[in-house]
Design a protein around this ligand. Structure first.
Ligand code: DX5
Ligand code: ZN
Length: 218
């Protein structure tokens, strides 16, 4: 079974509540919230007040992807705003083990994110400490970018490493996920799929979401 995490980055922000409810009714498993600071990535999006506003409108876990410098400074506020999962970029965390423990200390599921060019060796010593690893399949910063195929062998290598070590860690992928690109990622071992434009840019969100799910499970 795979999980679909629609990214609200591609939603219509003037009616965000309805946009979240729509994908929940369409069968989403998580709501993916992209936090960008204009420093770690060249775009600025939303902060903890959006997480706080969305918390009461959905029963789904809120999957908060922090694309920010110095994430340690903001983990508490995102946890208190209602984040259920928080992921941080290895490229932004010089004290990664400490950051992961900090996330867990608030009862939130910790995840670590790797940019497309970052090798999995960077996280081998924290694999036993996280609940999930998020592999970027585009360069973070914007929705609607093209899937980078060269990440697929990395998904497979990570999946093998997790199995070999016997860890209970899920692999999430983010960027350019469509009905087509979900297939090689699922075969390689990813089980959680973020999709922004492939869901929100479609008129029938339910059909779009279900098509990605079916394709990933086939
Ligand atoms: C990119 C974000 C993604 C983005 C994905 O930096 O992390 O979550 O919303 O958008 P799509 O699915 O359109 O590539
Ligand atoms: Zn994301």
């Amino acid at each position: 079974m795979i999980k679909i995490a629609p990214s609200i980055l591609s939603a219509n922000f003037s009616k965000l509540v309805e946009e979240v409810k729509e994908v929940e009714e369409a069968g989403a498993d998580l709501i993916h919230i992209d936090v960008m600071d204009g420093h770690f990535v060249p775009n600025i999006t939303m902060g903890p007040i959006v997480v706080e506003a969305l918390r009461p409108v959905t029963a789904l876990p809120l999957d908060v992807h922090l694309m920010i410098e110095n994430p340690d400074q903001y983990i508490e506020v995102f946890a208190k705003a209602g984040a259920d999962w928080i992921s941080v970029h290895v490229e932004a965390c010089p004290h990664l083990h400490r950051t992961i423990q900090l996330i867990r200390s608030f009862g939130v599921k910790p995840g670590v994110v790797l940019n497309p060019h970052t090798p999995i060796e960077m996280i081998q010593h924290v694999l036993g400490d996280v609940d999930f690893v998020l592999l970027m399949t585009v360069n973070p910063g914007f929705g609607g970018q093209k899937f980078i195929d060269s990440v697929v062998p990395k998904i497979e290598a990570l999946s093998n490493l997790i199995k070999e070590k016997g860890y209970d860690v899920e692999i999430e992928v983010d960027g350019g996920i469509t009905e087509e690109t979900v297939v090689p990622c699922a075969k390689a071992g990813a089980t959680i799929f973020v999709a922004g434009s492939a869901i929100y840019n479609k008129k029938d969100r339910k059909a779009a979401l279900q098509a990605i799910k079916m394709s990933g499970e086939s």
